[in-house]
Design a protein around this ligand. Structure first.
Ligand SMILES: Nc1ncnc2c1ncn2[C@@H]1O[C@H](COP(=O)(O)OP(=O)(O)OP(=O)(O)O)[C@@H](O)[C@H]1O
Length: 453
């Protein structure tokens, strides 16, 4: 049964609402602190909140404060505020703060039932949406569900709607180009070309002609007029990878292009207008380089109107396994293999490995292990990640251990936050005092019992 929290200090109204909401499990609170405790404990999807709460029921201050706390702790909650007759001002204030709806006293059971049912429906729809958009970040070209990757993907999609110049930062092999492509593909330029160029892999003397093109006869060997990458990206996106490796002389020319949006081919005199979005990436620290004058500060500011940070693979938690499974499916097809999955020691070893080469290293290890594997499950040995004594220790780490460690940490911090008061600790954690006692025993936190203040 869905839960609804009724926050009201009037026992008569509590009774009336319990009767009205017979389709739901109704939990009650009569003031701010009990409301927050009930919220933590029951996680209701819908709350009705009387704005006139003790200690000052004639005033809406306490009710508004309660609303703000509920929404900051559980922003998805649908809060319906109940105001005194004609108290439109506070009702609107509550809506501005994020309340779902308001209702004026006296309470009419039929009407409030309709409002509450609608609130549950909306919660359901929004919840489904949140779930789908999380999944969506796993099905596109970007595999990953860690907070950092979901955040970076959302930033990329917002950036895509504008023409703002974007700098993507991350270690080598983290997926900077994947993100640049994602921006291109979700932008209005997706019908145009996506041109990538790696400034570190092209010899300094060739990079200028690669980028800007040249006229026939501009230099020895220039047999025909050739467009550069910038011109080729017209109406699309130019991805300048490893911009930190661009020679300083060429940086000045690049800056001029970014300011004026016209180029001149080498050996040419004509100014050619080019309409492109530029996305840059680097694993270097450009702001340090600007300080040391190895990278132009003005170019740095020009290319980094917004910065997206792509975290290294070792900081992405279970994304490692999501990526590994997705690559396993691809490579099984590509190499005509039928490997079923990963042995426990392979999973433990993959989660423990530091992946200095990031996703590219994971791909390489998987490719060779899929080709070389003897059995139908890939082992740590197949991956070249032979389990050492630390790996063996990691193999024992399971969800239960993770959960227990997190629980015991949460108990300690709630205890500190509640100034070593066990009742308040239990309230903060949304558990009863006896439950807290048994958790303290379970996790051997006896010191919490002896120093209660
Ligand atoms: N989130 C992801 N989901 C699926 N594949 C990914 C993801 N991120 C990266 N890859 C794959 O990993 C490989 C490396 O990614 P990419 O080339 O984008 O990294 P990079 O940071 O640009 O590397 P470098 O700095 O060395 O150029 C590519 O094959 C890419 O398809």
């Amino acid at each position: 049964m869905e839960k609804i929290l009724v926050v009201d200090d009037d026992l008569g109204i509590q009774k009336q609402l319990k009767w009205s909401f017979s389709d739901y499990e109704v939990v009650f609170a009569e003031d701010r602190s009990s409301a927050i405790a009930q919220l933590r404990r029951h996680e209701p999807k819908v709350v009705t909140l009387d704005l006139g709460l003790p200690p000052d029921p004639a005033n809406a201050t306490e009710g508004i404060q309660t609303l703000a706390e509920i929404l900051s702790l559980a922003p998805q909650t649908k809060v319906i505020v109940v105001t005194g007759n004609n108290d439109k001002e506070n009702a609107l204030k509550a809506i501005n703060l994020g309340a779902y709806d308001f209702y004026q006293k006296p309470i009419d059971s039929d009407t409030i039932k309709v409002i509450v049912n609608r609130a549950f429906n909306l919660f359901q729809i929004e919840d489904e949406n949140r779930r789908l958009s999380q999944q969506a970040s796993n099905v596109g070209s970007i595999v990953g569900a860690s907070d950092a990757i979901v955040k970076a993907t959302k930033m990329a999609e917002k950036v895509a709607k504008t023409n703002i110049s974007t700098l993507i930062l991350g270690e080598s092999g983290t997926g900077k180009e994947v993100f640049a492509r994602h921006i291109h593909e979700t932008s209005e330029r997706n019908g145009g070309p996506f041109i990538a160029i790696n400034c570190a892999s092209i010899p300094e003397n060739l990079l200028e002609s690669e980028l800007f093109g040249y006229e026939r006869g501009a230099f020895t060997g220039a047999n025909k007029t050739t467009k550069g990458k910038i011109e080729c990206a017209h109406k699309g996106t130019l991805f300048l990878d490893e911009i930190g490796d661009m020679p300083i002389g060429l940086q000045a020319k690049m800056l001029r292009f970014l300011q004026e949006r016209v180029i001149e081919r080498i050996g040419g005199r004509q100014e050619i207008p080019v309409d492109i979005r530029v996305i840059c990436a680097t694993h270097r620290n450009l702001s340090d380089m600007a300080e040391q004058e190895t990278f132009r500060e003005d170019l740095f500011f020009r290319i980094s109107e917004i910065t997206i940070n792509i975290p290294p693979l070792r900081d992405r938690g279970n994304d490692i396994m999501l990526l590994a499974k997705s690559f396993l499916t691809n490579y099984n097809q590509e190499y005509n293999q039928s490997i079923k999955g990963f042995a426990d020691d392979a999973i433990a070893a993959m989660l423990q490995h530091k992946w200095p080469g990031n996703i590219r290293e994971l791909q390489n290890k998987l490719k060779s292990s899929i080709i070389m594997a003897e059995g139908s499950f890939i082992t740590a040995d197949d991956l070249g990640l032979i389990a050492d004594s630390n790996n063996t220790k990691m193999a024992k780490l399971n969800l239960r251990e993770v959960r227990e460690e997190a629980e015991s940490n949460a108990i300690r911090s709630a205890y500190q936050l509640s100034e070593r008061n066990l009742s308040k600790t239990a309230e903060l954690l949304g558990v009863t005092r006896p439950t807290l006692y048994s958790l303290i025993d379970k996790y051997n936190l006896q010191e919490l019992k002896t120093v209660e203040s």
